[in-house]
Design a protein around this ligand. Structure first.
Ligand SMILES: NC(=O)C1=CN([C@@H]2O[C@H](COP(=O)(O)OP(=O)(O)OC[C@H]3O[C@@H](n4cnc5c(N)ncnc54)[C@H](O)[C@@H]3O)[C@@H](O)[C@H]2O)C=CC1
Ligand SMILES: O=C(CO)COP(=O)(O)O
Length: 319
């Protein structure tokens, strides 16, 4: 049995893909009324037009869902710690696969460290890479990174979670995978803002490239391998999210660039993560200019024109 905690777009899409490939899945969401309605209609507003296969058991009982041997954690990053804290079971030996992308604002930690603190006896892993929930739910071809420090457990997870259309590549570089996934959202906000403000495609390409350099710098500083950032979890997801209006982070950035409002109920992981990155960068003295500008923009501390000026007025340097 695979348990999926979080019945938003991504958790539900993963549950659909796995159930369609014959796995038994239990999908947990916190709102009993919403989950009842989902169980009756086999539909969800988060994935219009997608029918939830009968192989998915839908529940609002967290303790029950948490008994699954493999648990996919698909709640927003800033809620991961509290969701794990509300499970009384220590989840000893269970595989906990974080599917959320970001850094915890309170601690600056990625999801694997949040898991390690909340459930020290569990086996943390990360599932990340370029994939829109709607594509996964529709069975479109997708390739992701499954990172787990325990190589043997990673191999098991790779097979448990791959389907005919969802192809997982293995890695043991958990830090690299989670930093790539977290920071690409920050860069997507920057790129959305750039396009929204009318700065053009050339400026976006520059931001993506310098953003990639920042992602690599922070990942290596935190002990990750630079190659991991060139993979699906880094470059792959950066390419997708910085160029597609299907990305919420990108669309949020566009709204910032146009000085328009944005629906606060939409999950935009890059905003809190930019602040967490800016705090880490200040603490450890790592130059992270694009992340710093995104943090300031999202907090309303600078205008888009000031953000551009900040980046363009940096001292000229070697690439
Ligand atoms: N939507 C996508 O295409 C993808 C999303 N992700 C990641 O998956 C994570 C979840 O995103 P989505 O499912 O897209 O967001 P979503 O906004 O569609 O759903 C979030 C879900 O979390 C629930 N939730 C919010 N606060 C909660 C709490 N305190 N306790 C329990 N549940 C809570 C909400 O009720 C909602 O069902 C994010 O970290 C995102 O970056 C990763 C890859 C693709
Ligand atoms: O992570 C994603 C694609 O890989 C989804 O991006 P958004 O959260 O910006 O919609």
């Amino acid at each position: 049995m695979i348990g999926v905690l979080g019945a938003g777009a991504f958790g539900t899409a993963l549950a659909v893909a796995l159930a369609q490939d014959g796995r038994k899945v239990m999908l947990w969401g916190r709102n009993a009324g919403v989950m009842d309605e989902m169980a009756q209609s086999r539909q969800t507003a988060r994935l219009p037009g997608v029918t939830l296969p009968e192989g998915i058991e839908i529940t609002a009982d967290l303790a029950r869902a948490a008994t699954a041997e493999t648990l996919l954690l698909a709640v927003p990053m800033q809620t991961l710690s509290s969701v794990l804290g509300s499970i009384s079971d220590p989840l000893e030996g269970q595989k906990l696969v974080a599917c959320c992308k970001g850094l915890d604002l309170a601690t600056g930690e990625g999801p694997s460290h949040v898991i390690a603190h909340a459930k020290p006896g569990a086996l943390p892993a990360i599932l990340t890479g370029p994939s829109f929930a709607a594509d996964i739910a529709r069975g479109l071809p997708t390739a992701l990174t499954l990172a787990c420090e325990d190589a043997e457990a990673g191999l098991v997870l790779q097979h448990v979670l791959s389907t005919k259309t969802l192809r997982l590549y293995r890695s043991t570089d958990v830090t690299g995978a989670e930093i790539g996934g977290a920071l690409k959202n920050v860069m997507a906000i920057a790129c959305g803002a750039c396009i929204g403000a009318g700065f053009g495609d050339s400026a976006r390409a520059a931001l993506m490239t310098r953003g990639f350099a920042e992602m690599t710098r922070l990942a290596v500083h935190l002990g990750a391998k630079a190659e991991t950032i060139t993979g699906l979890s880094g470059l792959g997801d950066l390419a997708l999210t910085c160029t597609s209006e299907l990305s919420r982070n990108y669309r949020y950035g566009q709204a910032l660039g146009r000085a328009e409002g944005f629906d606060p109920s939409v999950t935009v992981e890059g905003a809190a993560t930019a602040r967490a990155v800016a705090a880490l960068a200040a603490r450890d003295g790592i130059p992270m200019p694009v992340s710093g500008v995104v943090a300031a923009l999202t907090e309303g501390k600078v205008t888009i024109a000031e953000a551009l000026e900040e980046l363009l007025s940096r001292p000229l340097k070697e690439e």
